[in-house]
Write a protein that binds this ligand. Structure first.
Ligand SMILES: [Zn+2]
Length: 240
């Protein structure tokens, strides 16, 4: 889970402890790309179960984009129960579970049904490539839907410059030093800036290189030397 969520996680954990021994339930809402935890009422009469109050869901939806449903396991680990697995699949949303077994909080994240995990993906150009990972990261982690671009294989050798030509239109501005969630654009194996990665806390890149699985790795010298842009998402201005 991204560092952007540490405050959300701490708030959700505090809520889980306050509700103990009942299950807590809440929502993570993204307000212009900034996530916040919203505690909700649990309508369930049973101890080891939750039903999120529909009024709380509706009120949270008015604040921004709901990006995750959170609940607690007061006396167990965070692994989903059979009921959780079924309800998660039906909800088509991302779930976070916090387990409070033996007093320590541990987390389990269930990506929305149909979402690919961010790491360990196989590269398929134009379908599962570096920009697919960037878009999925922004949607899954920040609740931001970035625009998509049709791209032909090998576009970087054919006079196209997907990142440089489009970043302003997609809501990004160049910055000098990266912060978590920023987009690092690099010219790798080509004079054209052809590769995009997400910069994360700890000087780590989350990215997907051609011919490799998507992964996290240190933003080392070789990557710095081929970096052409550091871009920060500021949102897309409404078109008139
Ligand atoms: Zn559960």
């Amino acid at each position: 889970m991204s560092e952007l969520f540490s405050k959300c996680r701490a708030d959700a954990e505090a809520h889980a402890r306050a509700e103990y021994p009942r299950e807590s339930v809440g929502l993570v809402v993204s307000v212009r790309g900034k996530p916040a935890y919203v505690p909700c009422r649990n309508q369930s009469e049973e101890a080891d179960h939750f039903i999120l109050h529909p009024e709380d869901y509706a009120a949270t939806e008015d604040l921004g984009d709901i990006i995750a449903v959170v609940h607690s396991h007061p006396d167990a680990g965070p692994e989903p129960s059979l009921h959780d697995i079924a309800s998660h699949a039906a909800s088509r949303m991302t779930w976070w579970i916090v387990g409070l077994k033996d007093g320590a909080a541990t987390w389990h994240v269930m990506p929305a049904a149909g979402e690919m995990p961010l790491e360990g993906r196989v590269f398929v150009h134009g379908a599962i490539d570096c920009y697919t990972l960037v878009r999925d990261y922004y949607r899954q982690e920040l609740g931001v839907e970035l625009m998509d671009f049709h791209r032909k294989d090998d576009w970087w050798h054919n006079g196209e410059s997907l990142y440089v030509d489009n970043f302003a239109k997609a809501g990004f501005v160049p910055v000098a030093t990266p912060e978590p969630g920023d987009l690092i654009v690099m010219a790798i194996g080509s004079p054209t800036p052809c590769h995009g990665a997400i910069w994360l806390e700890g000087d780590v890149l989350l990215h997907h290189l051609y011919g490799r699985l998507s992964c996290r790795e240190v933003y080392g010298r070789a990557y710095r030397e081929c970096t052409t842009h550091i871009l920060r998402y500021k949102g897309v201005l409404p078109t008139i």
